[in-house]
Ligand binder design. Structure first.
Ligand code: ADP
Length: 174
């Protein structure tokens, strides 16, 4: 399958993709940042569905309907909190991207949008996170049966530019 990972500027709550990924926390009971925005846009049924999931370990991913969103599904993953880099943060971040994409593929999603997981309140340095994200998404896409397009939806210019550079660097190596 053709590998198709790109970055766009935008608000992930407006996505028309089959699935959007939520950078949630292990409780799955809602939070700030992109998590809060997704819950506001999806309506209260999302919170009710999340309550039934019994949380999510760091690096794991769980799926719900999108409810009032245009996206059919929300994949919830808890990314790692940055603790200096010596606590397996990169591996855990890779797990979040990989497991989110795999659960979307298992639900026959063809198009999946991601926010930049862990690089907001969780403090993961963007220049370290973007190459991990891009490498993991490209490798995982090769194993997917349905997913044919993956996008990072960057909320700000710095995130957009850092992901664009990571994608360009990966394309050079391919
Ligand atoms: P984390 O706790 O995993 O760090 P945050 O929500 O704090 O999650 O931040 C993750 C990224 O999501 C940040 O780059 C933040 O700017 C971005 N973000 C916030 N709101 C949105 C949105 N509506 N669409 C896309 N990205 C968003």
């Amino acid at each position: 399958m053709k590998i198709n990972v790109s970055v766009i500027r935008g608000d992930i709550t407006k996505s028309r993709s089959d699935a959007i990924v939520n950078a949630a926390n292990p409780s799955l009971l809602g939070g700030g940042g992109v998590d809060g925005a997704i819950h506001r846009a999806a309506g209260p049924r999302l919170q009710a569905a999340c309550r039934r999931l019994n949380g999510c370990m760091v690096g794991e991913a769980k799926i719900t309907p999108g409810f009032d969103l245009r996206a059919a599904y929300v994949v919830h993953t808890a990314g790692p909190v940055w603790q200096g880099g010596g606590y397996g943060e990169s591996e855990l971040l890779a797990n979040s991207y990989r497991n989110s994409l795999l659960v979307a593929d298992a639900h026959r999603c063809r198009t999946v949008d991601f926010p930049s997981i862990s690089t907001g309140v969780y403090g993961f340095p963007l220049v370290k996170a973007a190459p991990v994200a891009v490498r993991t998404l490209m490798a995982t896409m090769r194993t997917c049966q349905y997913v044919r397009r993956v996008r990072i939806v960057a909320f700000d210019a710095h995130t957009y530019e850092t992901f664009a550079a990571a994608i360009a660097a990966n394309a050079e190596m391919a």
